[in-house]
Design a protein around this ligand. Structure first.
Ligand SMILES: Cc1cc2nc3c(=O)[nH]c(=O)nc-3n(C[C@H](O)[C@H](O)[C@H](O)COP(=O)(O)O)c2cc1C
Length: 381
């Protein structure tokens, strides 16, 4: 482990030494035997980028315009639930870092900071990720709150018809609300720095959905949350209803099947996120990067295609752009950056690492702007 962090993997290694096992596993883990988690990485590694020689490419612009906003780089912060478990104030720190760096940030429905607080911290900047549960009144209220808070982009997650089977969380006994079982106490005792900031910052709560658990005795338990915020009954008719209610930009997150992406376009969505939830849902799913070019081919430019799952470097961002993504989202590395280096320095460092890596890759490929990264840069044997 080097003294300074030069890659997202360095941040991950440092985060592992700061976080209790239970929290590290919550972030790192995937569903089932973690086949999809591994497949995401292997499939990205297998994508080869062909360099172009002697292009006199000395500097690059990484700007990309998405949904009417010009961002400084073609990547952003994916929505992550329970983020403040990593460190107090993580949601807000990520939102502020993204705002400062002019890249997108999305707050999760399962966020540990409310929509209203985030919107106040970064006015007009944050996106909101919506989980759709069994009660349409809650969905409608979340949509209304997002609109009132000035959110303009809504990511509707569609890949949680059932909770993913997270074996690590089952083994570690990760529960909601957090219960200080002997195993949890033993785990956290070895991580005093984490424990100290948790004790001073307070146990994270699901602030955005807390109002829907009105009865004080009704503390949000994992199974209730699962039912209230994601339901197997969520279907295309409900998505169409949401489309009619939401006046802003609608993005369908968690699409792998090209036919689903076409259906999202037919319904009037402005974007899809090609994603398998970072390998946390269906453990027999294809790698997201395998489906990306197929989704792009199916929808053409009818809507924007965003991509996530396994992105860890500038090379990975370039791979996704070359295979048809308009934009890339990144989940775990942002959480690791905060665990490793703190709320301010962490995300800033990660954004710096990824931007410098992407620029380096673009120079090798002879691309002075991200728009020049194309499928012709992909080499296949
Ligand atoms: C700890 C954690 C919590 C997550 N929570 C949510 C969530 O609440 N809503 C959602 O749509 N996706 C959630 N995701 C999925 C991310 O938005 C994203 O799809 C995924 O992290 C991308 O893969 P990566 O972590 O390999 O970059 C979560 C991912 C992680 C790692």
């Amino acid at each position: 482990m080097p003294a300074a962090c030069h890659t997202s993997e360095h941040l991950r290694a440092k985060a592992k030494r700061f976080l209790p096992r239970m929290v590290f596993d919550y972030v790192e883990g995937g569903a089932g035997g973690e086949d999809t988690l591994g497949r995401n990485r292997r499939a990205l590694d297998a994508v080869r980028l062909l360099p172009e020689a002697l292009n006199n490419c000395t500097s690059c612009t990484m700007q990309r315009t998405l949904f009417g906003v010009t961002y400084a780089a073609p990547f952003g912060v994916a929505p992550v639930g329970l983020a403040n478990l990593v460190r107090a104030g993580t949601d807000e720190a990520l939102a502020r870092a993204a705002w400062k760096a002019q890249i997108p940030y999305a707050l999760s429905t399962a966020g540990t900071t409310s929509i209203e607080t985030i919107a106040k911290a970064v006015p007009g900047h944050a996106w909101f990720q919506l989980y759709v549960g069994e009660d349409p009144a809650i969905t409608d209220d979340l949509i209304a709150r997002a609109e009132r808070a000035g959110i303009t982009v809504l990511l509707v997650t569609v890949d949680v018809p059932a909770p993913g089977k997270r074996v690590r969380d089952l083994v570690n006994g990760l529960t909601l609300p957090l219960r200080p079982s002997p195993a949890v106490i033993a785990d956290t005792a070895f991580r005093p720095r984490w424990l100290l900031q948790m004790l001073t910052g307070g146990v994270p709560k699901l602030e955005t959905i807390a109002p829907y658990f009105k009865d004080e005795r009704e503390k949000p338990h994992a199974s209730q949350i699962a039912r209230r915020v994601s339901s197997p009954r969520f279907d295309w008719a409900e998505l169409e209803r949401i489309r009619k209610r939401w006046r802003g930009t609608l993005v369908v997150k968690g699409v792998l099947n090209p036919a689903d992406a076409v259906r999202a376009a037919d319904l009037g969505a402005e974007g899809v996120v090609v994603s398998n939830h970072g390998g946390r849902q269906l453990d027999a799913a294809p790698a997201s990067i395998e489906m990306l070019p197929r989704v792009r081919d199916a929808v053409g430019d009818r809507l924007k295609v965003l991509f996530d799952s396994g992105v860890r470097s500038g090379d990975d961002i370039a791979r996704a752009l070359a295979l048809g993504a308009d934009f890339v989202l990144i989940g775990r590395p942002f959480l690791y950056s905060i665990a490793a280096l703190g709320a301010e320095r962490g995300p800033e460092r990660l954004i710096g690492i990824l931007s410098a890596e992407l620029e380096n890759t673009m120079i090798h490929m002879g691309c002075s702007a991200v728009d020049q990264i194309a499928r012709s840069h992909i080499w296949s044997a």
